[in-house]
Structure formats: C-alpha cells, structure tokens
Write a protein that binds this ligand. Structure first.
Ligand SMILES: [Zn+2]
Length: 506
C-alpha cells in the first residue's frame, strides 16, 4: 500500500507563477493526489501529517546546471543539494559527461571517477543513468550528453553524429558543449554544424559554456545562436555572465543579440548562479606559457626550478587579480588556515613579501589541488540577468557531503538556490522567482509531471520560510547549510527520513 502523507497549514506556491494561497496537499505514494485551498484535506486518517505552520510549499527546486556526474555516485545522499531545496539536478553540463566511454577515453573517464573513489561500469547514456540510479541518489537527475566527452570517445565526426543520434532517440534530453575547454575548443566549425544537424527535427536542448564569457562574449553568443539555428532551434546559455570588468558594458548588446535571435523564432534561455565570484584552479593566474600544462605538471616544474619561481613572482607582482583572488581549496594541511582569505591577506599572515610570492609557493607545493575564487562579475549585471524571465538557477557545482571528503566547494554548492530566490523575489516577486526554479526548468529539460503542485504530478516538494531564506556559506566556510529550508520531499518521501528516493528521469 502506498504511504499517504499530508502537508497541511501551508502557503502553496504552485510553480506556475500564480499567487500564493493557503492550503493543504495530500501525497499518495510518489505523486500528489489532492490539493485543497483553505479547508482541511480528506483522507487524513493513517496519513503522516506535516504541519507547515504557514511556511511556503513549492515544487522541489530543479538545478539546471549541476556537475554531480561523479559525486552523485560517490555521495548519493546529495547533502549540499537537498538541504538547499533541490530535488532534481541536470548533469552532463559544460561539455563534460562521463559517457560515452570507448577505448579512446576509457582511461580519462576512469581517472575522473577515481578522483572521488568511483569505478566506471558503463559505456553509454542509458548505462550511465542506470548506474547512478542503482546507488539510489537522494535527488532525481537527468543527463545531457557532453560534447567534449563525445569528441574524446569518437575521433571521427561521423561516429560522433551516429552516437549522438542514438542517445537522443533513446531519450537523452540534449547536448551540452564547453567550447572553452579541450578538445571542444579546437573542433572545426564544420564539425559543430554537423552535430547541430543531428539535433534538427528534434526538440533536444543545446546548452553551452560559451567559448568566451568576457572579451569575445558577443562573438561567442553569435556562434551559439548559429548552432541553435542549424540545430533544434533551442539554445540554453550556461552560467550567463559578462566576465571581467572591461566587459561589463556588453550586457545590453548581449541581450539585444539574443532578443533578435528570438524574433527569428529561436527559443533562448539561460541559467545563472547568484554570485559574482567564480571558482577555478589557482593556476589560471599564470602567464600564457603555462596554458597547455596541467596543474600537476605545473607543480612539478615549479618545485624543480627556483629561478622560474622568482621570475613568476616578479611577473605577477603588480597583478590586482592575484592580490584580490581568494584562496578557496588546498590539500596540504599547512595552507588550510588561509582558505577564505585574499592572497594579499594570506601573504601578510604568512609573513611573505607579496601576494604573488604566496601564490607561487602554493602552486609549487600544492598546485595540483589549489583552487581560488576570482571576482570579475558585475553585481548590477547579475541583478539584470536575474530579472529576465528566461533565466533559471544553476549551482554549477557538485553534490557534496557536509564534510570535505570530496573536496571543498564554492559557497554556491550549499546556498545557490536560497540566494537566487531571495535576490530574484526582490526583483520580480516570489511566485515568479519560484517558477524560475521549478516549472520553467522542468519544461526546458522535458521533466514530465515535475515542477508543479497539482494532482497527478510527482510529489517533489520544498517547504521553506521565505523570510529566512539565505546562503550562509562563504569562502571561509563553504560547507555551511543554507537557511530557511524546512523540509524537502522527493517522489513523496521526506529527505529527513534518510531514505533516498531520487531516480533517473529518463
Ligand atoms: Zn561551465
């Protein structure tokens, strides 16, 4: 017999963007059976009743841009996600998926998985979904095919096209690209257009981490629009931003470019995390001669070459970017107390002559694992982007346990959704802010019967107190749970029972 649960005394925000209303919800098994405004609900006998005490109940939040591809297998409890109200994540973003796997990329996929203690047992999209499903994750997931993975698995474009075609036919919701990264960044435009042709006559989504989010933002948007025109007519820009102060003035032109493409019939959307700091490897501060080196090679080079270290310290001495960068993650115990500080503050505390000297020391001794946060995004542009009705929320982060056993995340790992709702509700009101994290992303990724509170839909629900919603994580303490989330249901099961009820949305 199905478990019957009731959420009573709630303020229902149903995901459509319509007004909130007081009411109760009856859940039967994994679906919503009844929604009653005002009055009491029927069938309360034998049901588990949760009194929401006037808090808002909305559909569970959908993380449109997640990178939990490996960590959901390693930490299926998805603590960082469910505690911020997320009930579904979209994986396979930025061109990076853990499938397809062939003899060409098996070693690479195995090493990506080994980093979190996972052994790959799959080869294609469906096997991968089944592998994640089999560990019973706490949240639902849907998975895009990553273009970089596709290129790595199949050197020939005709094989890439055939593999993509097969995945789409099997139910994969779309293709993601990461044209900033190898191997995607060197793929000839003619190959990209051949892949776009595979998407034509489907309603598959094309999501992209643009080739440039700063200096060549507009050209990169043009490139993405051209792909969508040749493809399914759908384009979703990942973590949409104007990176670098010199490019903050480009937002008007970027919005106009997208609007013109919409007038030509394209369906264009985006996601954004509600922060102005990005987090990446500390090694990005190094000059271009290091571009082709992996972090471990950089560390090896610097530890054997004191003269090169001196030269780097001189070269980076005046860089404002280096001084202001925040050290966020290291693996060596000795550097841990510096996490959360700017490199300039680190240098003072360590008694070193400059931020550059501190940074080069970390890269020399801990370069393979050192991460830093860089500002460079405009707070005004962030607000303007959040105000757009076609923008949803993405954490751009992994599902993580509360401890740091799988590494240290960006604060958005734990707090992106409460902060997105808080900031967006200030701009456009709570019902619209909730629509943007529920029914809107559900429609983008074809998540059937999700993202709305209505009878027949799956009972993915988030109960929250809008007055308390906030991200309490910062770079010094990134693994701090969000505030304001009261209770989360995934497929009818409350996540606080410890039972993991997420599933593959195929
Ligand atoms: Zn990305």
């Amino acid at each position: 017999m199905n478990a019957v649960r009731i959420v009573r005394n709630a303020l229902i925000c149903d995901g459509t963007g319509g007004d909130l209303y007081p009411g109760s919800i009856r859940i039967d098994g994994d679906r919503i059976a009844e929604v009653v405004s005002n009055g009491e609900i029927s069938g309360a006998k034998d049901a588990e009743v949760f009194d929401a005490q006037g808090c808002v109940v909305s559909p569970g939040f959908i993380d449109a841009h997640s990178h939990s591809d490996a960590t959901l297998l390693a930490a299926p409890g998805a603590f960082s996600k469910r505690t911020q109200g997320i009930t579904t994540e979209i994986l396979g973003n930025c061109g990076h998926s853990l499938f397809p796997v062939t003899s060409y990329n098996a070693e690479q996929v195995a090493s990506d998985c080994a980093a979190v203690g996972v052994k790959p047992s799959w080869s294609d999209w469906r096997d991968y979904c089944e592998a994640v499903d089999s560990v019973h994750p706490a949240v639902n997931f849907a998975v895009l095919c990553g273009h970089n993975a596709l290129c790595a698995a199949y050197p020939k474009i005709k094989d890439q096209c055939a593999a993509l075609d097969k995945m789409l036919a099997a139910g994969c919701p779309g293709l993601s690209s990461g044209l900033l990264y190898a191997p995607g960044r060197t793929v000839p435009p003619s190959d990209l257009l051949r892949l776009a042709a595979v998407l034509k006559h489907t309603d598959a989504i094309y999501t992209t981490h643009l080739r440039s989010e700063g200096a060549r933002l507009l050209e990169s948007l043009e490139e993405a629009v051209a792909f969508a025109s040749a493809g399914s007519g759908r384009l979703h820009v990942s973590h949409f931003k104007t990176a670098g102060e010199a490019n903050w003035g480009k937002l008007d032109a970027a919005l106009e470019l997208l609007e013109k493409a919409r007038e030509r019939g394209l369906r264009i959307t985006a996601d954004r995390y509600p922060y102005t700091y990005s987090q990446t490897s500390l090694s990005v501060i190094l000059p271009p001669r290091y571009d082709s080196m992996r972090d471990r090679e950089i560390q090896e080079k610097l530890s054997g070459d004191p003269a090169e270290c001196e030269r780097l310290i001189e070269e980076l001495a005046d860089s404002r970017r280096v001084k202001r960068a925040i050290l966020t993650a290291v693996s060596k115990q000795e550097f841990l107390p510096y996490c959360g500080l700017t490199l300039e503050e680190c240098a003072v505390r360590a008694g070193m002559p400059s931020a550059a000297a501190f940074a080069v020391t970390v890269l020399r001794d801990d370069g393979a694992r050192a991460m830093a946060a860089f500002g460079g995004m405009s707070p005004d542009n962030l607000r303007r982007i959040l105000a757009e009705p076609w923008v949803c929320c993405g954490t751009d982060e992994n599902a993580r346990p509360q401890d740091e056993s799988l590494g240290r995340g960006h604060p958005r790992s734990f707090g992106a959704f409460p902060l997105f709702l808080k900031l967006t509700a200030e701009l456009v009101g709570l019902p619209e802010a909730v629509r943007r994290v529920t029914s809107f992303p559900a429609s983008l990724f074809r998540l059937k019967d999700r993202g709305l509170i209505k009878p027949g839909c799956f009972a993915d629900l988030t109960v929250f107190d809008p007055a308390k919603l906030d991200c309490k994580a910062d770079f010094a303490h990134p693994h701090t749970p969000a505030e304001g989330i009261v209770r989360v249901y995934v497929n009818g099961e409350p996540t606080d029972t410890g039972k993991r009820a997420g599933r593959a949305l195929i």
